[in-house]
Design a protein around this ligand. Structure first.
Ligand code: AMP
Ligand code: MN
Ligand code: MN
Ligand code: MN
Length: 289
């Protein structure tokens, strides 16, 4: 029997709407066998997810999605099989969490100048854990009636050039890969087709990522179109990167791909779960293969 993988999703430990327990239960309902929880810059959802996965016949991989600034742009690097206890990883994540807290205050100040008061407290109401995300501001702005839905509120207020956008000061690529690798993990470029950069720039990013020991890129992602998948498939094949697959699920809503509802990895690619590095870690972690 084929194993159903979903190697990228979010819980209330970052900007997802389901608790780790509810997320794991939903993944199981959707037929996922192996799930990686990859909250933004935070690992505090993993213990609860692991505990509920064990009771439900689902195999949970400890993951993370690290925010990175590369060539003046924000990109995301997923780490799989990380040890959440690793000190260097936690110190790195604390720095990003502190930046998020500062940025949240700054976003609120900028919105206030545009006559939108109370955004900090408003966003905090949607923020379950220690991670304050633009998603929480988006939820506040929608609730307060400044835009009809999350997608349009981002466009109007929260993307580059808009009043609620504060440029990132995240990890650099080498640092992020260092944290992931020294915590025992495998590094994956998240949703590469989503970055607003030229083909040449994207290749440069992927090459640099590979030079720092990166293993895979998401070929199949909830935020990739079918054309994106084909394009990323050929990039991965030509750069000799393994292919990963994840929904990037955040909430039960039509705005996000459902857990486990993913196309097969194209024939041209080697899935990350066929790599020797994966197989070694999966055996140690008791993840089915
Ligand atoms: P942050 O890491 O706090 O800057 O927030 C980034 C998060 O906002 C992403 O992980 C997405 O979940 C969400 N996001 C970013 N851009 C959009 C968009 N255009 N529409 C909806 N959600 C978005
Ligand atoms: Mn998110
Ligand atoms: Mn992402
Ligand atoms: Mn994500």
């Amino acid at each position: 029997m084929d194993i159903r993988y979903d190697l990228h999703c979010h819980s209330t430990a970052s900007d997802g709407s389901l608790s780790p327990t509810a997320l794991v239960a939903r993944a199981r309902e959707m037929g996922v066998d192996v799930l990686a929880l990859t909250d933004h810059d935070a690992t505090h959802g993993l213990a609860e997810a692991e505990a509920s996965a064990r009771g439900q016949g689902l195999d949970l991989i400890s993951g993370i999605e690290v925010s990175v600034t590369w060539a003046n742009q924000t990109i995301h690097i997923v780490g799989l099989f990380i040890d959440p206890e690793n000190i260097e990883l936690q110190q790195g994540l604390e720095r990003l969490q502190a930046f998020r807290r500062w940025r949240a205050e700054e976003i609120a100040l900028r919105l206030e100048k545009k006559r939108i008061p109370g955004a900090f407290e408003g966003a905090q109401e949607f923020c379950g854990g220690q991670i304050m995300s633009r998603t929480h501001f988006a939820q506040f702005l929608v609730k307060a009636g400044y835009a009809p839905d999350i997608r349009s509120v981002f466009k109007k207020y929260l993307v580059r050039g808009k009043p609620g956008y504060v440029p990132g000061n995240w990890a650099n690529l080498e640092e992020a890969l260092g944290w992931i690798h020294r915590a025992g993990g495998l590094a994956v470029v998240a949703h590469p087709a989503r970055y607003p950069m030229s083909g040449t720039k994207l290749r440069e990013l992927l090459k640099e990522f590979k030079d720092f020991g990166g293993l895979a890129m998401e070929v199949v992602s909830g935020s990739h179109s079918r054309d994106n998948i084909l394009h990323m498939s050929s990039l991965a094949a030509s750069l000799d990167l393994h292919a990963s697959s994840g929904s990037d699920f955040h909430a039960p809503s039509t705005a996000y791909t459902e857990l486990g509802r993913l196309q097969a990895v194209p024939q041209a690619n080697t899935p990350i779960w066929r790599s020797a590095a994966w197989q070694e870690r999966a055996a140690l972690a008791g993840i089915r293969q």
